[in-house]
Design a protein around this ligand. Sequence first.
Ligand SMILES: Cc1cc2nc3c(=O)[nH]c(=O)nc-3n(C[C@H](O)[C@H](O)[C@H](O)COP(=O)(O)OP(=O)(O)OC[C@H]3O[C@@H](n4cnc5c(N)ncnc54)[C@H](O)[C@@H]3O)c2cc1C
Length: 515
Amino acid sequence: MVDPDEHTVDELIEELDTIDDEAELNAILEAERGGRDRKTAREAIEERIAAVGGEGDATEGEYEETAETVGDEAGGEEAGDGELEEEAEEESATAEEPAEDEDEDELSHPTRDKRHVRALEDGHYEDVWVYCETQEGELLDVSKEMLGKARELMDDYAAEFGDEENVVAVVIGDDVEGLAEECLAYGADVAVYHEDPRLERFLHKPYAEITAHMARGQGSAESTNWREYDEPRYFLFPATNNGRDLSAQTQAELDSGLASDCSGLFIGEEEVANPVKTGEPGVKKTFERVLHMKRPDFSGFEYSTILCLDNPGRDFHPQGCSVIPGSFEPIEPDPEREGLVVEHEMDLAEDWFRVEITDHDRLEAGVDLTGHEVIVCLGRGIGDDPTQGIELGLDLVDAFDDAALGITRGIVTSSYQFEGHVEEYTKEERQIGETGQVVAPDLYVAAGVSGAVQHKVGMDESETIVAINTDPDARIRDFSDYFVEGDLFEVLPRLTEAIEAGELRLEAVADGGDD
Ligand SMILES: Cc1cc2nc3c(=O)[nH]c(=O)nc-3n(C[C@H](O)[C@H](O)[C@H](O)COP(=O)(O)OP(=O)(O)OC[C@H]3O[C@@H](n4cnc5c(N)ncnc54)[C@H](O)[C@@H]3O)c2cc1C
């Protein structure tokens, strides 16, 4: 009999595949329980017992099976992928018959009904996919930016692993074949599109169903014969309203994870010691070709790197993320660039179009802060007297020929009470940063702004940055050209006076002069 103690979980899984005798498998399970008692090992043995026909013990792992089948959810559109179908049927059958020693007290297992059906094991993954969002017949800028980044990633990837893998653009909408072709110019090797007049505007259900269907390699033979893999290796979505919605649903459909709002990406290997990932404590395992997805953490001062790594016996692919607009540069489009444009085919259920858009209105464009010579930005440093703080900022704006007032998100989300006309300057339309506007004026005056990463990405391309802050250790100091340690309620009026009196000229500050 195989002694599980002598094997890593990965080795054990290989051994188990060769054993069909249920009694022997049960003995191995007992040996594991009496020995190292590794959760992942127990799960692997139980799975094997179930596969050879036994009931197995109740799984107590993170990933239980589901009572629903993919086929039901996807409206019977599961044709063409035998492996997935088989898995779904097999697992739904298991789920219908609760195991004998299941805990009676359902409440003590609030996640009991959270079960997985589609997770692949030892799946075959290739390519980086990019969901290219469109609006009014054009690719959004962020779609071009993601294609540029995907191109860069895959060019580096090709240098290390060979050039078989592609950048695949996904375009969905009404009359989008031309846009799919445009994706080639922006760096895609393959562009898969699905067009239908009903898809003119983003609709959660059909867009998610189509994207997941494409990713699983389903569709007509013509629309899928360019690829031979189970699912994409990586998947990038835009962190726009629609992209955030689609990315979460699609990655869930594909039974993988999602790192949202990323602004840095690279592919590399990673050594980890987490037993959930390695299969057992004290063992290190190197994962290759891992997409490192960097995103600012909630404090706004540090970046976290998110990894989406397989578990033993359960894959997490595609490794997916949503990408903050403006994070990457598109490549110079080359209309001569060649590639493959493929139409995806799938029957769309009427039921998916229950939401009908009968009318739409365009919101006022709001305030455009880009293109000014000077931006005066106020942060929560105005807290002692918010109305006066905004007044002082506006005075400074008026002192310049071409300036505008911006604010941090800290102000937008504050509960400050503003009086009079000042309030109109405190709305989201003036927010600068990751989820606001990106500006790059000649001069950026940041008063009472701490310099969170999410703010920084909206202003650090400014020619000259002047920060006014009472805290000499404020993070903004690290990326300011001039740092004035002081109270904005005192410094701003003096700055305004100096500009009005012609004592301080914009050109001099921007040139780094010392007057
Ligand atoms: C997903 C996400 C997206 C985000 N997007 C954005 C975004 O687009 N833009 C954005 O700005 N933020 C964004 N944020 C919020 C961001 O993390 C910070 O919370 C925010 O930028 C802080 O605003 P602040 O600098 O005004 O406030 P604080 O961080 O509170 O800083 C106030 C600063 O004022 C100084 N100060 C206090 N009193 C005075 C005084 N009298 N004179 C001078 N200085 C004084 C303090 O020393 C401090 O440095 C986002 C956060 C998340 C999680």
